[in-house]
Design a protein around this ligand. Sequence first.
Ligand code: C2E
Ligand code: MG
Ligand code: MG
Ligand code: MG
Length: 292
Amino acid sequence: EVKLNGGNGAQAYNLDMYQRVQQRVLLEQDLKQALQLNQFSISFQPQMTIATGALYGFEALIRWRHPVRGMVPPDEFIPVLEQSRQIVPLGYWIIEQCMQQCLSLLHSGWHHFRIAINLSAEQFVDPDLIPTLKRLLDKYELQGSYFELELTERTLVQSIETMLTIMPQIKAMGIHFAIDDFGTGYSSLSYLKKMPMDCIKIDKSFLSGMLENAADFQIIASTIAMVQKLQLQVVAEGVETREQLELLRQQGCDIAQGYLIARPVPQAELAGFLEEHFPKGMWRGQNLGSAP
Ligand code: C2E
Ligand code: MG
Ligand code: MG
Ligand code: MG
């Protein structure tokens, strides 16, 4: 029991608990109709090949515009969807949107790119995942190699056996795999050995400290070195400054993603954004000196 101000502390604590539970229930209710009411959309955040400044690909990021609350951050509602397993149907909607976006990019003359899609553990073990991926690639006549599935260590840890049967079937379609938020879980290194990974994404928490904190910098530098020895791609997430980008370049990091290069761009604005910020497929900020 928590008591802060004499007897009233416990009461305040209970009220707070009550409000949080109530908010959660409301959130769940609102989420149930959000898909039908078209409240979800997807933003695409460009990624850049550091050595050349060329556009490398995109990460698809879900957005929810609540009619009263406005934009709700994914970290708030994704866990709720995961618990109720609503993430599974929403996830298929996201995958299909990404395929349509891929087609649209191809039609506008973009050819060398990859769209990374975040996948929750619940989606990964859903028996429809493999047939749905096959069906959608067929429907849009797309190669799997345009796509990458991002898994977190939370997913990988759930059932190594399941992962080892599912992953090769998805890889056989040409789809790539990335470990997201690398370094924040328990035993990242063992996954690199066991799973057919293509890419690792260094978590942005290491990036934010890399300029002041020697440990963060060393973790980044040694992760890059190790990942390259394993001949995997490495993406640094959360690149916000020129200094960070320069240090990553010196360490031989392949790909950068972060606000310095581009914020997540709403799907409807992506074509125009790319023309303006990636003329001929090259990041404009590369030639602009200090200001992006
Ligand atoms: P994540 O997969 O690690 O995504 C990267 C997050 O970093 C995104 O947050 C992105 O907007 C943010 N970010 C990118 N560059 C920068 C930067 O330079 N500075 C800072 N401070 N942040 C940056 P977002 O969009 O809020 O998404 C949060 C998390 O929600 C994602 O983390 C992912 O775990 C989850 N999520 C987002 N979209 C989906 C989805 O479609 N499906 C699933 N299952 N999860 C999703
Ligand atoms: Mg991600
Ligand atoms: Mg991440
Ligand atoms: Mg994350």
